[in-house]
Design a protein around this ligand. Sequence first.
Ligand SMILES: Nc1nc2c(c(=O)[nH]1)N[C@@H](CN(C=O)c1ccc(C(=O)N[C@@H](CCC(=O)O)C(=O)O)cc1)CN2
Length: 296
Amino acid sequence: MSATIIDGKAFAATVRAQVADHVARLKADHGLTPGLAVVLVGEDPASEVYVRSKGKQTTEVGMNSTEHKLPADTAEADLLALIAQLNADPAVNGILVQLPLPDHLDSDLVINSIDPAKDVDGFHISNVGLLGTGQKSMVPCTPLGCLMMLRAQLGSLSGLNAVVVGRSNIVGKPMAQLLLGDSCTVTIAHSRTKDLAEVCRGADILVAAVGRPEMIPGDWIKPGATVVDVGINRIERDGKKTLVGDVAFASAAAVAGAITPVPGGVGPMTIACLLANTLTATCRANGLAEPQGLTA
Ligand SMILES: Nc1nc2c(c(=O)[nH]1)N[C@@H](CN(C=O)c1ccc(C(=O)N[C@@H](CCC(=O)O)C(=O)O)cc1)CN2
């Protein structure tokens, strides 16, 4: 068997086009332009690339983008003061603090200081609680992107066995909640799970989000399963730097029914869903109908 490759880059382009369409209508019909503020603390090279890309894609869909770059030694009080200022700014509909933060900053405290209605990352404890109880929330971008691709690939997910490998607050846990919301039977597995291979073999949907290069080989995958690889691992192979996922792609693609590649799978959907969330936050803040198909 040779798997269908789920093209996240192309999918993300369709999501951005839908967002751009809604933004144009918001402007024409209501005189509203959504605004996204991105905060970067420090000079982590990967974070700088992601933040630049977020700013560029935000303006490309017609939204306002502001970037706040703070030095690595920024005091927590100064960061909290900036967030308070953005919370109070009516032109800002979405606020995102790029992670990871430098070690001296308390990420939970910082994230929980964002107005939950502007928390387009969906990381605020209120949004986590709302998602966990099946209520309307802001949904974390990477799991939302995975859900959109799974729905497009499989139609209904109801009754399918889903295994999420990884239990992070950013991906694993919200992904499991979303799959449960779509009536999957969900298992969250992790590094201490007994016989992880056998657990994975039971999955109709396998989401790999452990951050370990090529940890999941093809013989852990049920024939015909849909595999979503969230891992983005930079490794050196044959003296060359390369990007690989948490799944051993070639062996997995020989068994799976469909699979997301790395790069070009889940990654591009993360920023597309950030734009979708900013649009959703703007609609909610103004009492307007939410865009269909761009939320969970
Ligand atoms: N506040 C947040 N911080 C972080 C998040 C997040 O969702 N919110 N996620 C990641 C980083 N991230 C966005 O911030 C992100 C990661 C990867 C990609 C992407 O498009 N990856 C490409 C490969 C890019 C490369 O070559 O490095 C791909 O997979 O094709 C976009 C966004 C951590 N921080």
